[in-house]
Each structure stands twice: as C-alpha cells, then as structure tokens.
Design a protein around this ligand. Structure first.
Ligand code: F6P
Length: 366
C-alpha cells in the first residue's frame, strides 16, 4: 500500500466527525491535535465522517499549523455526513448495522495507515457505528456531540449550549415584535425526540409556554392559557415548541422519512393555525432550523470541546478502547460506549427544571 512506509515509524491516530454538524467540532479537533503533538502522535483526519475510511486518500494529516485558529469556527473542517455506506439507520432506538464488507474495507485502510487509535466524534448513530467497529477490532474512542443533548451517559454534549444560545437570542427578538403587534409568537426549535433545547431556551428566553415531546400537550389547555394571559392584559404570548412535541393521543409531526429516519417538522405550523382559529388572536410561527447548528461555538462549548479532545487522546494513550468521553459534575470521565447508546436521554417529566419552570408560571400545555 502506498502509505504504509510513510506512517510506519510513529504512533498514528485517526479522527473523524460524523452525523449532523454542530458548533464545537473544530474545538475538539484542535485540542486533539495540540495534545497529540505533546505526546508524539500523528493525527490523520478522515474526510466526511466514516466515508473517509473507505477511500485510501480521503484524509488530511492535521497539524498544529493547519488547525490553528479553527476553535471559534462553526461546522467541521473535516466535513461530515449522516448518510452513506455506514448509515443503515432505522427509527429511534433501533439498531444500526454496517454491512460486513464495508467494515472490512474500512479495517483494511486503518490497518494500512497503521492506526493506533480512531477517535469518532458523533451522536448516538455515530456511537452505535463506533461500537460495531470496536467489536470488529477497531481501537475506537468516542466523543459525544449533538445539539440535541440526548446522549445517555454524559450530562452534556458539546453543541447543545450553542444551540440554546441561538434559540434564546431568537426568543429575545421575538418578544419585542410579538408585544408590538399583540401577537402569539411560536418558536419551533430542534432536538428530535428530546425537549432539552426547548426547555433550556424557554427558561432563558422568558417563554410563557414550553411544549416538549416528554409532556404531550392538550390544545384546549394551550388556548385557555393564551386567553387567560390576554384577559390579564398581557400584550403577547411566547411559545417555544420542540420539533418532536405532540398532542396527547397525537403523533409527532413529520416531513417524511429520509434514509429510514423520520424528518420531524410541521408542529409549529399546526399550532399556529389552531391557536389563531381557536383564540382569534393573530399568531405567527418562526422555524429556527439549522441556524441552531451553525456559527461560532459558545464559551462553554469551546471549553467542553477542548476538554473532550484532551481526554480522548489520553484514552488512546491508555489504550482504553471502546470507551466514550463523558461529562459529569464538572469532570471529564470515560464510560463504555455501550452505556451511551442503550437508550435516548430524554427529560424526565418530574425533572427539577420543569418544576422550576412551573414555579414561575410557565405552562407546558398539559
Ligand atoms: O440531531 C441533530 C439535528 O439537528 C436534530 O435536532 C434535527 O432533527 C436533525 O438533526 C436535522 O437533520 P438534518 O440536518 O439532516 O436536516
């Protein structure tokens, strides 16, 4: 193989970013490169997620020079995808299985590159693939990312704080226009089947109502609350709705499926129509969409990303393969990857933040 000799003499560490992008990915990459530099590791950055493992030249050698200044840049310099040869993704909770011939081909390339470790930065789907590769003999370490914050075994993923900051900023802006026009304003945020972004931004952005998948709502309760608020003299009502929220006895709204996975969407428009029809109040909806995934990471995500990158390299050095970096009570630890993917981390309906929100009069429409 053409690159065997080139990489034979030193420790080589592969890294890839997989799944949907989020702010903070470049902070992790930079930290991996900087701390590897101290330990004498060479970093091979694979392009476009796991797809980069299938082409012999789909990588860039990352150095402290070519990763300088990337921490504050959104997205990922390596590229990513949530599609491709490794993605046989079924609905939430179901297993992802990569075909054996794909695993074999990737394995050959990692072998030819003499990889001593492979760091996979991704969410639940990517961690499921990472575990399969680990079980097939790859020296894998996982780093949890997702704006949804729905990965078990870590109290926070990087990317989440930046998405919440974006949604909070949107709410600040919506407050002033809603009050000027005496309107009901709905902000639809991402999060898939978990309501973390809606709950956090709703609290930070002073929402009057927060609708999340974990607490199915009653349309009647929502409209009663809006009427009550305007009878009290409030000029506007601000509602944050998670894309995965649904009515009691209702289904999640979906814009169809793509590659076996449901694309959530439509709940905001439905609420807008129903609220206007039932209350007679002018109502508008704002779909925040991918703005939540773009742009510079917040301070917290830069720090979390950096600490995750440092820990991942340490785990490779300790040969603690099959583990994922995780965050608990201010410390960065490691857990078996399997612990992170056995179920999705949703919000327990009796979560203290929900009780706090209720205590200040926020309605969950239930
Ligand atoms: O998982 C991250 C996420 O942004 C979800 O919140 C959202 O439902 C989905 O990805 C959107 O995916 P895509 O970028 O493929 O439209």
């Amino acid at each position: 193989m053409k690159f065997c000799n080139q990489y034979m003499s030193q420790k080589n560490l592969g890294v890839l970013t997989s799944g949907g992008d989020c702010p903070g990915l470049n902070a992790v990459l930079r930290a991996i490169v900087c701390s590897s530099d101290q330990r004498g590791f060479k970093i091979i950055g694979f392009h476009d997620g796991f797809e980069g493992l299938l082409a012999p030249d789909a990588f860039t050698v990352l150095t402290t020079t070519n990763t300088s200044g990337i921490m504050q840049v959104g997205g990922t310099i390596l590229g990513t995808t949530n599609r491709g040869h490794f993605t046989i993704k079924a609905e939430a909770g179901k297993k992802v299985l990569v075909p054996e011939h794909v695993v074999k081909k990737a394995s050959q390339i990692c072998h030819d590159l003499r990889l001593d470790g492979l760091i996979v930065i991704g969410g639940d789907g990517s961690m499921t693939i990472a575990l399969q590769l680990y079980q097939a003999g790859f020296p894998v370490i996982g780093v949890p990312k997702t704006i949804d914050n729905d990965l078990e075994a870590t109290s926070m993923t990087f990317g989440f704080d930046s998405a919440v900051a974006c949604a909070t900023d949107a709410l600040d802006r919506l407050h002033t226009t809603a009050a000027s026009h005496k309107r009901v304003m709905i902000l639809q945020v991402m999060g898939r089947h978990a309501g973390w972004i809606a709950l956090w931004s709703g609290l930070a952005g002073g929402a009057d109502m927060i609708l999340i998948p974990e607490i199915p709502f009653h349309l009647e309760k929502i409209t009663e609350e809006i009427k009550r608020r305007s009878a009290q003299g409030n000029r506007s009502t601000i509602i944050v709705v998670a894309e995965g929220a649904r009515a009691q006895q209702g289904k999640q709204f979906s814009k169809g499926t793509m590659h076996g996975e449901s694309r959530l969407g439509g709940i905001g428009e439905m609420l807008c129509h129903e609220i206007e029809r039932r209350t007679g109040q002018e109502t508008r909806v704002c779909i925040l969409g991918h703005l939540q995934r773009g742009g510079a990471p917040t301070t917290l995500d830069r720090i979390l990303g950096t600490r995750f990158g440092v820990k991942a390299v340490e785990l490779v050095d300790q040969k603690k393969f099959g583990t994922m970096v995780s965050y608990h009570d201010g410390s960065v630890l490691d857990v078996p990857i399997a612990h992170a993917i056995h179920r999705m981390k949703t919000i327990p309906p009796d979560h203290q933040m929900i009780e706090d929100a209720r205590a200040i009069g926020i309605s969950f429409g239930a």
